[in-house]
Design a protein around this ligand. Structure first.
Ligand code: MG
Length: 385
């Protein structure tokens, strides 16, 4: 029996994880759950999965949940998250909080020696060096849940990185792939939120449309697989059937395929190194007929280039890129800036940032907070104009 704690249990990945757990009660049990503020769903999850400890990030929501006399200890705030992350009865922590708030609890879980099923890419984008060093010194396995990284992980299975020429991440191209660069100026949040293949949260859906999501995944791949930026490629693949590929030194390429459904990578991370049966519907390639690939147009997707730039600059730059993007995406969703304003804002923040090295998670959070504040200021200024 594997005991699992989930950071971000009411989000898209958290719900899919609980789906997998409920299909295999003989293999998995929920030890602890943490969520932001969706206490209605959290309450249902407590009744169904009976975790011992539950953390609610929002203090007022935690108080409300406490009044309901549920069969779990209810904790609040950052301390609550840390307690769930390091809960002694869990064997594995599913890190599925969206965005930069996922960094600290993921780090706590690693320090507590928990194996990590990693869906939160920001922990590696912001503090990849620290996270990987800490995991290696504590003998913690980090198993990717992000579909592309899960694919690479599956393709690499048992191979030596010396045999790898290139890691190739696929990108669907998101909701706006067929729109021209000029059309992107006037896209509304509602249009950008319609992803053709994946049903995901709002922030990641916008990041998919700008390809910033792919950029963050390039940085994530750099740390997970210890490959430099010039050996990571990105290719557009609108059908989202090939989830990523590894090219070996003999130019042979291994790709991982399945229907696009997060239960695939989640199951693999939970059951690794085994595979579970009946996870996804069968892949019928004859019915799909066509798999296509194209080079991404960096002119249309400047966010992808910005991410490569940040990775090459190193230090705090990827963290600053991520912080600026989070604020800018939020501003776009609230119709304060255009979709194309996102890359302009991120680029300006990166230009004014002088790269620093980091050795603690506090330094990383400080750089992130500072960049968020500066981004907010730039967006405010723009409104005044
Ligand atoms: Mg992904």
């Amino acid at each position: 029996m594997k005991y699992i704690s989930i950071l971000g249990s009411t989000g898209s990945i958290g719900r899919s994880t609980l789906d997998v757990v409920s299909q295999h009660p003989e293999l998995f049990r929920v030890a602890a759950l943490a969520a932001g503020s969706n206490i209605k769903l959290l309450e249902d999850q407590i009744h169904t999965f009976r975790p011992e400890v539950v953390a609610v990030y929002n203090d007022a929501s935690a108080e409300e949940l406490k009044k309901k006399n549920l069969p779990a200890e209810i904790l609040a705030g950052e301390q609550g998250l840390a307690a769930v992350a390091s809960f002694d009865k869990s064997d594995m922590v599913v890190s599925a909080i969206v965005g930069s708030p996922g960094l600290l609890p993921t780090y706590e879980a690693i320090k507590a020696g928990k194996d990590i099923a990693l869906a939160n890419k920001e922990a590696l984008v912001m503090a990849g060096k620290l996270i990987m060093e800490e995991a290696s010194s504590r003998g913690v396995s980090i198993i990717p849940v992000d579909s592309e990284h899960s694919a690479v992980f599956q393709c690499l299975h048992g191979r030596d990185m010396k045999e790898v020429k290139k890691v190739i991440l696929t990108a669907s191209g998101g909701s706006l792939r067929t729109r021209s660069a000029a059309e992107l100026e006037n896209i509304t949040p509602a249009e950008a939120l319609k992803h053709p293949n994946w049903d995901m949260g709002r922030k990641i859906t916008i990041d998919s449309a700008t390809l910033m999501n792919k950029g963050l995944e390039v940085i994530e791949a750099r740390w997970l697989f210890d490959v430099p930026a010039d050996r990571i490629g990105v290719i557009l693949h609108p059908q989202s059937i090939v989830h990523s590929m590894v090219e070996f030194v003999d130019s042979s390429v291994i790709a991982q395929m399945s229907l696009p459904d997060m239960r695939g990578p989640i199951s693999y991370a939970l059951s690794y190194p085994d595979r579970l049966g009946d996870v996804l519907p069968a892949l019928d390639l004859a019915a799909i007929q066509e798999l296509t690939f194209e080079e991404p147009d960096h002119g249309k997707y400047p966010c992808l280039s910005l991410a490569f730039e940040a990775l090459r600059a190193g230090g705090t730059m990827p963290c600053v890129l991520n912080a600026a993007n989070e604020v800018a995406v939020d501003a776009f969703l609230n119709e304060r800036i255009a979709l194309t304003g996102i890359h302009r804002v991120v680029s300006r923040i990166m230009e004014s940032h002088s790269v620093e090295d980091y050795s603690t998670v506090e330094e990383v959070m400080e750089a992130s907070d500072r960049a968020r504040k500066e981004t907010e200021e730039i967006i405010m200024e723009k409104i005044k104009i």
